[in-house]
Design a protein around this ligand. Structure first.
Ligand code: ATP
Ligand code: MG
Length: 280
């Protein structure tokens, strides 16, 4: 009995073929190679059809669509979109408790001694929500969607550059009601994305930045992390009201929605588009 070679399996997997296709066995290597050529042709056709559909009809990748759906929902809820710099200072990170001794500091891409690529949106959002609250004297609801950067060991769920959507509400809920509001936002997000209640869970996770976070997991994979305050980090930012925030990983979410196995297919790439490989 012959099964597909390692190289053949890699190609099948690259073309989006699942394990059920790879486990086939054959009488001879000729038969196997013939079956591989046919399967490859079929998968290539399917990938090309998906890419054609993208450029001719959809005009928007699944990842872009995930972000758009969440953005629209948030604006309908009265959140304002803000856009802040990708390059942040060492002091901003230090205020998040990420100093040279923090394990996350090893994940930071430093541009020079004083500046780095942001690993998260929270530092800028702390400043924006504080200032908007000071000026408006009203509760503040804002969100940002943009690239974040972390040196990662490159597993199937991590990229060095990924897209985070972070929404925060300041002085919006009474003290004691933060957790409830966080759950409401998490549930609503899953609802607008069409994730059913059986498919996701809200779980408490330990965090080296926030102490603990409330994570949304789809089939066991973390797709978002939420936190709330008053929090130990707040005084350093001049924030003294209640707040509730959630950070969604847009590529992770898209991968989960598409039952994908590798995040890079859904990330910023010149090798993949909309989940499909370009070498077809
Ligand atoms: P993980 O434990 O999975 O590394 P995290 O808890 O460090 O994630 P958070 O800081 O909570 O990540 O970031 C919020 C969300 O951003 C995560 O829930 C995840 O969906 C996404 N995310 C974080 N790091 C990455 C990464 N390197 N690549 C892609 N998505 C990421
Ligand atoms: Mg997290």
């Amino acid at each position: 009995m012959e099964s597909f070679t390692v190289t053949q399996k890699e190609r099948i997997s690259e073309l989006g073929g699942g394990p059920e296709l790879m486990e086939q066995t054959f009488e001879s290597s000729e038969e196997r190679n013939k079956a591989f050529r046919e399967l490859e042709k079929k998968l290539v056709r399917e990938c090309r059809a998906e890419i054609s559909k993208l450029v001719n009809e959809k005009h928007m990748t699944r990842t872009v669509e995930t972000g758009r759906i969440l953005e629209q929902w948030l604006m309908d809820e009265g959140f304002t979109k803000v856009v802040t710099p990708t390059i942040i200072s060492r002091e901003m990170l230090a205020k998040m408790s990420i100093d040279d001794f923090h394990h996350l500091s090893e994940q930071v891409f430093w541009l020079d001694g004083k500046k780095c690529l942001r690993p998260m949106l929270a530092p800028n959002l702390y400043v924006m929500m504080r200032e908007l609250h000071r000026i408006s004297k009203e509760p503040v609801k804002i969100f940002e969607i943009g690239s974040c950067f972390r040196k990662e060991s490159q597993g199937a769920q991590h990229m060095n550059e990924f897209t985070m959507l972070n929404c925060v509400e300041l002085a919006q809920v009474k003290d004691g009601e933060q957790k409830q509001e966080l759950e409401r936002l998490a549930k609503k997000a899953m609802e607008v994305l069409g994730v059913s209640e059986e498919e996701y869970e809200i779980v408490v996770e330990e965090s080296t930045v926030y102490g603990f976070t409330f994570d949304i997991e789809i089939n066991g994979m973390e797709v978002a992390s939420g936190a709330y305050g008053p929090h130990d980090l707040d005084p350093a930012w001049g924030v003294f009201d209640t707040w509730v925030g959630i950070g969604f990983g847009i590529e992770r979410l898209t991968m989960a929605l598409n039952k994908g196995h590798t995040i890079k297919r859904y990330g910023k790439s010149i090798a993949f588009i909309d989940g499909q490989p370009l070498n077809v």
